[in-house]
Design a protein around this ligand. Structure first.
Ligand code: FAD
Length: 471
């Protein structure tokens, strides 16, 4: 095997492996350096896939718990979860998908170079595993991703004070789980372990759960969590966490400065993720870093010629680059196409869907009501509850709503925010609507099949013009 490539990608997450496949499709000779034993990165091995597999188990348990309502008879005894089987099934799904990427690499003639990569100067990547080898690259794409990080005063011990990396592998349901942080990762695990039978408390520094979502969505989630027995402590800071024997003792302070003490058998720290550049040689190569993230322009070029970077490890210079699998993949495709000489346009980050798979699910895209007002739009709103829909009633999933944020002047859809059944699927229609700069009128004229959950989107559009049919 020759060590010379058109493109060497560092990291085989959803950014790196997708960039590699697209580059190979466009005729380039590609190698990917990955230090893990499997391909797929955080999303496949530690993130999207294992968490959603666990959530499907939680959903299955929910259906069984409500068997009586469905007319299904179950012999005496309360249904319970078998964590051994849950982990076996989840691992099988993860294993199958990572093997799938190996197959795609073979199909596209991409070399997987196993080991840890270090940028070794112009067009050179050293790979360490056993003996060092040096790859020559016309272009390098850095896609080294992110890792969980903690907050001051809390030391992760991976036994009692854990991150999502451990939370996906638990073989016993924690009796009392405290979750720090109510972003997507925090509320998804809250849903999983509450449904599995644990006592769950979510602590959030900001005044509301899922603080990046529209305020109405946050309020609905908090209401639903309360019904499910998940406690939410918003506007609360954890100042200290101490492990004593089998428990974690937590000191927290609320917005009024009042101190509270809590105790659980595990603390899950879900306060965000930081960039991975350790050992990469980024500084030695002269790559510009900002707070540890690799600074790129809107075409994902770093300050070093022929070195691009994508995914969780980058910053575009403005806060809030979304750390999402589909964002890293979109960036990977764009870079591969740019390197192949195709015409490419910058991504519009206002059109990135955000999906949170807690119970009830959240799907959103575009501006929230508050953001639209901040940007000076004359905003109008339309909301339609799932509870009114026949399809939602049949599924026994009638919580939540679809909310449309539109501009009064041109009738343009600026944002769509939904919480409730199938929201992570329904949001796709909203993404297309924003992409095509759709008006509310066009959404109204789009025929939604009956009976479907998607009728809520059509009805929310009618509601935005003040005339929902079924309300
Ligand atoms: C619990 C959890 C749930 C999530 N759920 C979702 C979800 O539902 N939907 C969603 O869109 N996103 C989700 N995410 C986020 C998503 O996983 C990330 O945004 C995505 O994986 C980023 O892809 P990436 O390619 O930038 O980096 P990563 O996936 O982190 O991949 C980076 C790869 O680079 C490798 N690497 C690093 N340094 C080196 C080196 N020097 N040499 C060789 N290899 C190296 C790493 O081993 C890793 O495999 C979730 C994340 C977590 C933690």
């Amino acid at each position: 095997m020759s060590n010379s490539y058109d493109v060497v990608v560092v990291g085989a997450g959803t950014g790196g492996y997708v960039a590699a496949i697209r580059a190979a499709q466009l005729g380039m000779k590609v190698a990917v350096v990955e230090k893990q034993q499997a391909l797929g990165g955080t999303c496949l091995i530690w993130g999207c896939i294992p968490t959603k597999a666990l959530l499907e188990h939680a959903h299955a348990l929910k259906v069984v718990q409500n068997a009586k309502e469905w007319g299904v008879t179950i012999p005496a005894g309360a249904p319970a979860i078998d964590m051994g089987q849950v982990q076996t099934r989840k691992d099988k799904i993860v294993g199958g998908l990572t093997k799938g990427i190996e197959f795609l690499f073979k199909k596209n003639k991409i070399d997987w170079i196993k080991g840890t990569a270090r940028l070794a100067g112009k067009g050179k990547v050293d790979v360490f595993e056993g003996q060092k080898q040096t790859l020559q690259a016309k272009e390098i794409i850095v896609a080294t991703g992110s890792a969980a990080r903690s907050v001051p005063g809390i030391e992760i011990d991976r036994a009692r004070i854990i991150t999502s990396d451990e939370a996906i592998h638990l073989r016993e349901v924690p009796k009392a789980l405290i979750v720090l942080g109510s972003g997507a990762v925090g509320v998804e695990f809250a849903s999983i372990y509450r449904r599995f039978g644990g006592d769950v408390t979510v602590i959030e520094l900001l005044p509301r759960l899922v603080p990046l979502e529209d305020e109405a969505v946050s309020a609905e989630l908090e209401k639903s969590f309360k019904k499910q027995g998940i406690k939410s402590l918003t506007g609360t800071t954890v100042t200290k966490a101490t492990v004593t024997g089998n428990s974690v003792d937590i000191e927290a302070r609320d917005a009024n400065g009042k101190t509270a003490n809590l105790s659980g058998d595990m603390l899950l720290v879900a306060t965000g993720r930081g960039p991975v550049t350790t050992g990469l040689g980024a500084e030695d190569l002269g790559l510009k870093l900002e707070k540890g993230y690799i600074r790129v322009d809107e075409m994902y070029r770093t300050n070093v010629p022929n070195v691009s970077a994508i995914g969780d490890v980058i910053t575009l210079g403005t806060p809030g680059h979304p750390q999402l699998a589909h964002v890293s993949s979109a960036e990977g495709i764009l870079v591969a196409e740019r390197l192949a000489g195709k015409e490419v346009r910058p991504l519009n980050y206002d059109h990135v869907p955000s999906c949170t798979y807690c119970d009830p699910e959240i799907g959103s895209v575009g501006l929230s009501e508050a953001e639209a007002k901040e940007r000076g739009y004359d905003v109008r709103i339309g909301t339609f509850p799932f509870g009114v829909l026949g399809r939602a009633k049949m599924a026994g999933e009638s919580e939540g709503f679809v909310k449309i944020v539109a501009d009064t002047k041109y009738d343009e859809v600026l944002g769509v925010h939904m919480i409730g059944p199938r929201s992570t699927e329904l949001v796709a229609e909203a993404v297309l609507a924003l992409r095509l700069e759709c008006t509310v009128e066009e959404l109204i004229r789009t025929i939604h099949a009956h009976p479907t959950f998607s009728e809520a989107v059509g009805e929310a559009a009618h509601a935005t013009h003040g005339a929902a049919i079924h309300m």
